[in-house]
Design a protein around this ligand. Sequence first.
Ligand SMILES: Cc1ncc(COP(=O)(O)O)c(C=O)c1O
Length: 429
Amino acid sequence: MGEEYRAYRDRVLNFLEEHERWRSNTINLIASENITSPSVNRAVRSGFMHKYAEGWPKQRYYQGCKYVDEVELIGVELFTRLFRSDFADLRPISGTNANQAAFFGLTQAGDRAIVLHTSHGGHISHMPFGAAGMRGLEVHTWPFDNDEFNIDVEGAEKLIRELEPKVVVFGGSLFPFPHPVKELAPVAKEVGAYVMYDAAHVLGLIAGGQFQDPLREGADVITASTHKTFPGPQGGVIIYKRFGETEEIARLQQAIFPGVLSNHHLHHMAGKVITAAEMLEYGEKYATQVVKNAKALAEALAEEGFKVVGEDKGYTESHQVIVDVSELHPAGGGWAAPLLEEAGIILNKNLLPWDPLEKVNEPSGLRIGVQEMTRVGMLEGDMKEIARFIRRVLIDGEDPKKVERDVFYFRQNFQKVYYSFDYGLPMKE
Ligand SMILES: Cc1ncc(COP(=O)(O)O)c(C=O)c1O
C-alpha cells in the first residue's frame, strides 16, 4: 500500500532531474524556446502559484492579492517602458491565448482577417483551424514572395483594398526577416482594419531594439509569447498603444478576462516581470548578440557546405537560421532532425515556403534558433563549432554518438544564464 503510488512520484521526480541534466548537456537550437535566470526560476517556484487573482490589480474578484497586485503593477510599468507602449497586459498565459484574446477583442464573427499562411511560416493560431477560425473569422492569407522570403507588398496592398478586412496580422513562426508593417499598416488603416503584430518569436529582439519596431511602424496591438527570444517563463502578453476609442480598448481588456481566461498563473506573471527588468538592463546587448550569432551560424553553415536560405539577404536578421537539407536526403528535415538529436543537437524540421503541404513530415527545412545558446554565453566563434558538429553528422555521416561526446564536452563551458542580474554579461573572447 502506498508504495506503488510513491514509485510514480519517484519516477516523475527522476525524469525531471534526468531532463534537466540532459538539456544542460545538449545544444538546444529550438527557435521557440529559451532558458530562464535563477531569479526567474525563483519566481516560478514561488507561492504565487497557489493564488487566484481574477481581474485587474486593486480591482480583484479575490481577496488576498496585495502582494500579487504590487508585482503585477511593477510588470505593467516595466513592459510599457520596455516597449514604449501605453498599455501592457501580462495576463495571457501563452502566445496563442494572447492571439485568442486579440481576435475576440478586435473582431466579430464573420469579419475578414489576412494572416500569414502556415506554409509560409505563419502560426496555426492565425489559421481557419486555429484561434482565428474559432473566432469565426473569414481567414485569407498574404501573398508570399519566396525569393524575398517575405510578404509580397504589392500583392498584399491589393488584397487589403479588395477584401477590406477587420484585422491584418503580421509576424510568424518562421521569421528571419522583418515584415513590411510600415508599408502595409497605412493601407490597412485606410480600410479601417486593425493592425496586429504577433511577436511571439521576436519579442526579445524588439525589446532590445534589434528587429523592427512594430508600434512605431503602425501596429495597433502586439501579441506575444514570453519565452522565446524574450527569455522569460512560458506565458503571453499583449502590448498596445492607445489605438482607438475607450470602448474598443475596454473590449480588448474584457476579451482577456473574462473572455479567454480567469486566473492568470501568477508565478509565471512574476517571472515575466523579472525578465522585463533583465531586458531593460541587458536586452540591447542580448538581442545584439543573438542576431550576431545567428548571422555567424548561417555563414559558418554555408562555409561547411550547407544550403542556407536567404544568402543574398545576409541570411537572417532575427534569431533564426533556415537551412534547406532536401538535397542531402529525400526525407530532408525528417531525416536530419532526429539524427542531430542523437548527437545532442536539438532543432526542428520545418516546411519551407516552396514545399508542398504533403511534405509536412519530410520537409526540406531545418529551423535553427540561437537565442538559448546565446543566453548561456556563446559568441560568434562558438557558432563555428556548432556548424562543424552539424556538418560531421549530416555531411560527413559520422556516428552521431561520437559527435554527442564532443557536444557534451563543448557544452560544459556554458552552464550559466547570462544577461541576468544573477550572472551579468558573458566574458568576451
Ligand atoms: C508566431 C507565433 N504565434 C504564437 C505562438 C504560440 O505561442 P504559445 O506557444 O506561447 O501559445 C507561436 C509559437 O510558437 C508562434 O510561433
